[in-house]
Design a protein around this ligand. Structure first.
Ligand code: PMV
Length: 318
């Protein structure tokens, strides 16, 4: 049963993409990870009054969903339902339109960004306020539908829109970026659902717990070292830490020949370090570059087959 809006106005919200700089996968097992918002790509949710029903239009996915008949585990419908439940509000008669410039299943947090944009737009539409902590907690519930056993890093960085040092089930920690640095984010063009790699890592961990725990520990140490390097402006340490992190992700079997070839191309062209970012097997890699190596690394990645390349500065305000 929907109610006809009386005073709701069109409301719109956006949420950025994100990149994990260090620590993916190990973060699911309690080790720290570092992630930053990527403001060049974003998801948008817009809600406008309708005469009846609640329709969700996800243009990029070619989906039109009627909320009242949507499955319980549909992440878009679930984001609407959980927000209404939190706000203790009935379903309004409205149309929710979602669009996103974040490539899906590529490690840039598109699922979390869409969810956070929906929660913010709906709260705004209903003229209610939700604080970031609550938005992140609600988005985490939806992440479980996307990923199975997420760590919570995506919803955290996308909601707070700040660089984060993230430890599962611990309060968010932000940290100071002493000297901004430049990254290239290159899309392998291979879509790879995070759920699959997360579940493969879990299977490997169950089979060989000691060796996986040791890999997670080594990744955790890299994350701590990277945080110190970022906070003190010891920029030159970051590249080797990235490359070492990638080797450990290879040992976890979440890289792929295509990602490894792109990373080799970036390194050969002068990147200071490079690694996959996010779930792996496909999706994006990140390469640390300087102003004088950026263009040659970019060209080399294009020649090696990168589908799309973003340049981003990592700095305090994201
Ligand atoms: O693929 P993404 O961008 O959703 O990143 C997933 C990061 C993992 O550590 C692999 C999973 C998680 O929930 O932290």
């Amino acid at each position: 049963m929907t109610t006809t809006p009386v005073k709701e106005q069109v409301s719109k919200a956006t949420a950025p993409g994100k990149a994990i700089l260090f620590g993916e996968h190990a973060v699911v097992y309690g080790r720290p990870a570092i992630a930053v918002p990527i403001n060049q790509v974003w998801a948008t949710a817009e809600i406008r009054p309708a005469s009846s029903g609640f329709e969700i239009r996800a243009c990029d996915l070619g989906q039109v969903i009627q909320l009242e008949t949507a499955a319980d585990d549909d992440p878009l419908a679930a984001a609407v339902r959980i927000t209404l439940k939190q706000l203790k509000r009935p379903l309004p008669a409205a149309t929710l339109t979602i669009s996103s410039t974040i490539p899906v299943a590529s490690g840039l947090g598109s699922g979390a960004a869409v969810t956070v944009a929906i929660i913010r737009a709906l709260a705004r539409y209903l003229q209610s306020h939700l604080d970031d902590q609550t938005i992140s907690r609600l988005a985490f519930e939806i992440e479980k539908l996307h990923h199975g056993t997420p760590s919570g890093i995506d919803n955290t960085v996308v909601t707070f829109r700040r660089p984060v040092y993230f430890v599962r089930d611990k309060p968010i920690q932000t940290f100071h970026i002493h000297t901004p640095f430049q990254l290239l984010i290159a899309d392998s063009g291979i879509s790879s659902p995070t759920r699959a790699t997360v579940s493969d890592v879990r299977a490997g961990w169950q089979e060989r717990p000691a060796s996986y725990e040791s890999l997670f520990d080594q990744i955790g140490q890299i994350v701590m070292d990277a945080r110190r390097a970022i906070e003190t402006g010891s920029w030159e340490q970051l590249g080797p830490l990235m490359t070492h992190n990638h080797q450990l992700l290879q040992a976890l079997d979440v890289s792929s020949p295509a990602l490894n070839a792109l990373i080799a191309a970036a390194m050969a062209a002068g990147a200071d370090g490079a690694k996959l970012s996010g779930g792996g097997r496909g999706g994006n890699l990140i390469a640390l570059v300087r102003s004088d190596s950026r263009d040659s690394v970019r060209r080399s990645l294009e020649i090696a087959g990168a589908a799309h390349i973003l340049v981003t500065w990592v700095k305090d305000n994201g």
